[in-house]
Design a protein around this ligand. Structure first.
Ligand SMILES: *[C@@H]1O[C@H](CO)[C@@H](O)[C@H](O)[C@H]1NC(C)=O
Ligand SMILES: *[C@@H]1O[C@H](CO)[C@@H](O)[C@H](O)[C@H]1NC(C)=O
Ligand SMILES: *[C@@H]1O[C@H](CO)[C@@H](O)[C@H](O)[C@H]1NC(C)=O
Ligand SMILES: *[C@@H]1O[C@H](CO)[C@@H](O)[C@H](O)[C@H]1NC(C)=O
Ligand SMILES: *[C@@H]1O[C@H](CO)[C@@H](O)[C@H](O)[C@H]1NC(C)=O
Ligand SMILES: *[C@@H]1O[C@H](CO)[C@@H](O)[C@H](O)[C@H]1NC(C)=O
Ligand SMILES: *[C@@H]1O[C@H](CO)[C@@H](O)[C@H](O)[C@H]1NC(C)=O
Ligand SMILES: *[C@@H]1O[C@H](CO)[C@@H](O)[C@H](O)[C@H]1NC(C)=O
Ligand SMILES: *[C@@H]1O[C@H](CO)[C@@H](O)[C@H](O)[C@H]1NC(C)=O
Length: 660
C-alpha cells in the first residue's frame, strides 16, 4: 500500500516535471496592444537597386515583403527622409536640397511606400531623418539650431507625401541614433498640431532609452512623445522606460546577415522584445538587401535583391520567420498576460483580437544559432521540452488550432520554413506540444495563412562587362540613373533645354553644401557602379564642370563605399577647371601618381577616358592620350565611379565602361 502510494506520487511528480504547464486566459485581463512588425528602407540607400529590377521580378519581391498572407506581410514600414548624406550604404536625396527648393519625386522611398500601401492599405508608415541638407545646419553639422526651420522641413515632407502621393504618414522620428533636443521635439509637436496632424505620433529618440529619464521630469516633453523607441535593445528595456507607461518599441533591430543564424536572431527577438521588454513593435534594418553586397552590412536584409541586371533575387529565411507572427496578428491585437518564458528555454507570446481569435507563437532558438550582430547575447540554455498550454476564458471551447512550423537547420542548410501542419486538435482545452531546438511554431484560429510563391527567379549573373548610359532614356518616376549608387553627394537626372543637342539629358551632382551628416561623408562626391571584382577597365565619360572652384573625376577599382567611403582607394583621374589634371590612388586625392596640364575649363564639355590594364594605367582627354604607362599594383579591384572634387554642380554624360 505504501509502496503504491509512493509510486503514484512519483508518477505524478514525474508527469509534472516532464510537461511544463502554461495558461492562456483572456479572463485575467489583457496585456499591451501589438503595434506591429516591420522593416526599414533606408539608413541608407538599402533599397537602391530594387527600383531597377525588371518586371515581373520587382513585383514578386514586393509581394514577398508586403502582400498580406503571402510572405513577410509586414505591418510597419519605416523609410529614411533623405538628407543628401551618407547614411550607411549610400546617400538618399532630400526633398529640399536648398532652402528655396522643394521636390517630392526624388529617390525611391515614395514609390516604395506606395507599393507597400497598394498591397496592404493598413500598413503603417514611419519617416525618420538620418541626415539633413546643409542649409538646415547653417554652417554647423547640427539640425537643432533653428527648431522651427527643422520642424518646417520635416512637416513639408509629411505634407508632400499626402499632396503628391496620397500617403498618410503615421509616425515621425527625430534624428536617427543622434542626440535629441527637447526644445525641437516640443516645437515639432506644436507645429504638427497647428497644421492639423494631431494624430501623427512622434517616436523618440531612436537611440538609447535615455529620453525616458527626460520625459519623466519634463511634462511637455512627456506629452510630445507618443512612443519611446530604442535601437538594438537586446530584448530589454530599462526602468525609466517602463515608468513612462508609453508604448515601447524596438524601433531598429536585427541588422544581421540573412542566413539561418540571422533568422534565429529575428525569431528570438520578435518574441522576446515583448516577453523581456514589453516592446510592442520591432523593426528590422533592413527591409531588403538591395545594395552592392561589398558595401557595409551586405545582405543584412530580410531578403536579398541585389542584381537588377539579372533579375535574380532570393527569399531568405527571415521572410518566413516574420510570417509566423505577421500572417496571424494585426496591429491592435492584445498580448495575453502571460510570462512568456518557456521553462526549459525559449519563449512564447499569445495574442488575441478580443473577438475570440487566438494566435500563439513559440520559439526555441539556441544561443549559438540566434546571435544578432548586436548587442552581445548572454549565455543561456534551451532543451527539448514538452509544453502544455491550458486554454481558458474565451479560448476554452476551441477544438483545434492551425499549426505552422519552422525548424532552422544548421548542418545541411535544409531548414523547414513556414510549413503548414494543418489543424491541431485540442481536447478539453489542452494543447500539448513536444518542442525541439531551433523551432518556431504558430498555433492560431486564423485559417488565412499562406506560403506564397512565384516562378523561380532568373539565375544570378555578374554585372554586365560592357555597360553604357547616355541618360537619354529614363526610368520614371525615379530621379537616379540605374545602378549608380551615390556614396557622397546626389547624382540626379538633369535636363538642359537650351543645350544645342548633344547634352540635353545628363546626370548632375546637385549637392552644393556639406550636409548635416550622419556618417563621415567624404569631402568630395562619388557615385559607384559595376562589379566589385573588376580589375581591368576602359571607362569613358563626358564631364561638364559648372564652377571654377570645381573638379571632376572618373575612376576604377574603388575599394570601399558606404560609411567607409572617405578612405576609398582606387585609380582616380581628376581634371580641374584651372587646366590641370591629377591621377591619384585615393578619393581623398593625396596619394598622387601623376599630375600635369590638361587645358580643361569650366562650362565646357570634355571627354575623359581611363584605361586600367593590369599594372599599366593611362588616361585620355577628348580622345587623345594625356598620360600613359604609369605602373601601379594597387588597389587590385573594385567598382567604377564618377564624382566631383567638392560639393559643386557638375554634369556627366555618355558614361561607358568595359571591364573584366
Ligand atoms: C536645444 O536647442 C535649442 C535651440 O537651438 C537650444 O537653445 C538648446 O540649448 C538645445 N538643448 C540641448 C539640450 O541641446
Ligand atoms: C512589463 O513586463 C513585465 C514582465 O512580463 C510585467 O510584469 C510588467 O507588468 C510589464 N509592465 C508593463 C508596464 O506593461
Ligand atoms: C477571427 O478573425 C476572423 C478574421 O478577421 C473573423 O472573421 C472572426 O470573426 C474572428 N473571430 C473568431 C472567433 O474566429
Ligand atoms: C557555441 O559556440 C561556442 C563558440 O564557438 C562553443 O564553444 C560552444 O560549444 C557552442 N555551444 C553549443 C551548445 O554548441
Ligand atoms: C531536407 O529535408 C527534407 C525534408 O525533411 C528531406 O526529405 C531531404 O532529404 C533533406 N535534404 C538534405 C540534403 O538533407
Ligand atoms: C481531430 O479531430 C477531428 C474531428 O473531431 C477528427 O476527425 C480527427 O481525426 C482528429 N485528428 C487527430 C490527429 O486526432
Ligand atoms: C545649358 O546649355 C547651354 C547651351 O549650351 C549652356 O550655355 C548652359 O551653361 C547649360 N546650362 C547648364 C546648367 O548646363
Ligand atoms: C608607353 O609605352 C608604349 C609601349 O611600350 C610606348 O610605345 C609609348 O611610347 C610609351 N609612352 C610614353 C608616353 O612613354
Ligand atoms: C599601357 O597601356 C596603354 C593604353 O592601353 C598602351 O598604349 C601602352 O602600350 C601600354 N604600355 C605598356 C608598357 O604596355
Amino acid at each position: 500500500m505504501r509502496l503504491w502510494s509512493l509510486l503514484w506520487l512519483l508518477g505524478c511528480r514525474a508527469a509534472a516535471w516532464w510537461s511544463d504547464d502554461y495558461s492562456l486566459d483572456d479572463a485575467v485581463g489583457l496585456g499591451r496592444q501589438l503595434d506591429g512588425i516591420g522593416a526599414i528602407s533606408g539608413g541608407g540607400a538599402t533599397s537602391r537597386l530594387l527600383v531597377n529590377y525588371p518586371e515581373p521580378y520587382r513585383s514578386q519581391i514586393l509581394d514577398y515583403l508586403f502582400k498580406p498572407n503571402f510572405g513577410a506581410s509586414l505591418q510597419l514600414l519605416k523609410v529614411e527622409i533623405g538628407g543628401d548624406a551618407q547614411t550607411t550604404d549610400g546617400t538618399e536625396p532630400s526633398h529640399m536640397h536648398y532652402e528655396n527648393d522643394e521636390n517630392y519625386f526624388r529617390g525611391y522611398e515614395w514609390w516604395l511606400m506606395k507599393e507597400a500601401k497598394k498591397r496592404n492599405p493598413s500598413i503603417k508608415l514611419i519617416g525618420l531623418p538620418w541626415a539633413f541638407p546643409g542649409w538646415i545646419g547653417r554652417g554647423m553639422s547640427w539640425p537643432y539650431a533653428y527648431p522651427d526651420v527643422t520642424a518646417y522641413y520635416i512637416i513639408s515632407w509629411i505634407i508632400g507625401a499626402k499632396k503628391y502621393h496620397d500617403l498618410d504618414i503615421d509616425y515621425i522620428g527625430i534624428w536617427n541614433e543622434r542626440p535629441f533636443n527637447s526644445t525641437y521635439i516640443k516645437v515639432l509637436r506644436k507645429t504638427l498640431d497647428r497644421v492639423g496632424l494631431n494624430t501623427l505620433g512622434i517616436i523618440a529618440a531612436d537611440g538609447t532609452w535615455n529620453i525616458a529619464n527626460h520625459m519623466l521630469v519634463d511634462p511637455y516633453l512627456y506629452d510630445a512623445v507618443e512612443i519611446v523607441g530604442a535601437h538594438y535593445p537586446g530584448t530589454e528595456t530599462v526602468k525609466a522606460a517602463q515608468l513612462t507607461l508609453k508604448k515601447l518599441w524596438s524601433s531598429e533591430d536585427y541588422s544581421t546577415f540573412n542566413n539561418e543564424v540571422g533568422s534565429g536572431c529575428w525569431a528570438r527577438i520578435l518574441n522576446q522584445n515583448y516577453v523581456n521588454g514589453n516592446m510592442t513593435a520591432t523593426l528590422a534594418w533592413n527591409l531588403v538587401a538591395s545594395y552592392y553586397e561589398e558595401l557595409p552590412f551586405g545582405r543584412c536584409g530580410l531578403m536579398t535583391a541585389q542584381e537588377p541586371w539579372s533579375g535574380h533575387y532570393s527569399v531568405n529565411s527571415p521572410i518566413w520567420v516574420t510570417a509566423h507572427t505577421t500572417q496571424f496578428t494585426q496591429p491592435g491585437w492584445y498580448y495575453l498576460k502571460v510570462d512568456g518564458h518557456l521553462k526549459k528555454g525559449g519563449s512564447f507570446v499569445a495574442l488575441t483580437d478580443g473577438l475570440g481569435n487566438l494566435t500563439v507563437i513559440i520559439e526555441t532558438m539556441t544561443r549559438n544559432h540566434s546571435k544578432c550582430i548586436r548587442p552581445p547575447l548572454p549565455p543561456y540554455v534551451v532543451s527539448p521540452q514538452k509544453a502544455v498550454f491550458h486554454l481558458k476564458g474565451s479560448f476554452s471551447k476551441l477544438k483545434s488550432l492551425q499549426m505552422w512550423y519552422s525548424k532552422l537547420d544548421f548542418s545541411t542548410a535544409n531548414s523547414t520554413l513556414f510549413q503548414s501542419l494543418g489543424p491541431k486538435n485540442i481536447s478539453e482545452g489542452i494543447l500539448a506540444l513536444n518542442l525541439g531546438l531551433d523551432e518556431i511554431y504558430t498555433l492560431t484560429t486564423l485559417t488565412t495563412g499562406h506560403k506564397g510563391s512565384s516562378s523561380e527567379p532568373p539565375p544570378s549573373q555578374p554585372f554586365p562587362s560592357i555597360y553604357k548610359d547616355d541618360f537619354n532614356i529614363r526610368n520614371p518616376p525615379f530621379s537616379e540613373a540605374p545602378y549608380f549608387a551615390d556614396q557622397t553627394g546626389v547624382f540626379e537626372y538633369f535636363i538642359n533645354a537650351s543645350d544645342p543637342g548633344d547634352h540635353v539629358f545628363t546626370l548632375r551632382q546637385v549637392v552644393t553644401q556639406r550636409p548635416v551628416t550622419w556618417a563621415l561623408d567624404a569631402t568630395n562626391t562619388i557615385s559607384i557602379i559595376g562589379n566589385y571584382k573588376w580589375i581591368n577597365f576602359i571607362i569613358t565619360c563626358d564631364i561638364y564642370i559648372e564652377s571654377n572652384k570645381g573638379g571632376a573625376f572618373i575612376a576604377g577599382r574603388i575599394s570601399k563605399g558606404g560609411i567607409y567611403v572617405p578612405s576609398a582607394q582606387g585609380i582616380f583621374f581628376w581634371v580641374f577647371p584651372d587646366g590641370t589634371y591629377r591621377v591619384t590612388r585615393d578619393l581623398a586625392g593625396v596619394d598622387i601618381l601623376m599630375k600635369g596640364l590638361s587645358g580643361v575649363r569650366a562650362n565646357r564639355w570634355h571627354t575623359l577616358t581611363l584605361i586600367l590594364k593590369g599594372s599599366n594605367i593611362s588616361g585620355m582627354l577628348n580622345g587623345y592620350p594625356l598620360w600613359e604607362n604609369i605602373t601601379t599594383h594597387s588597389p587590385e579591384n573594385g567598382w567604377a565611379a564618377i564624382g566631383t572634387h567638392s560639393f559643386e554642380l557638375t554634369q556627366f554624360d555618355n558614361f561607358h565602361v568595359e571591364a573584366s
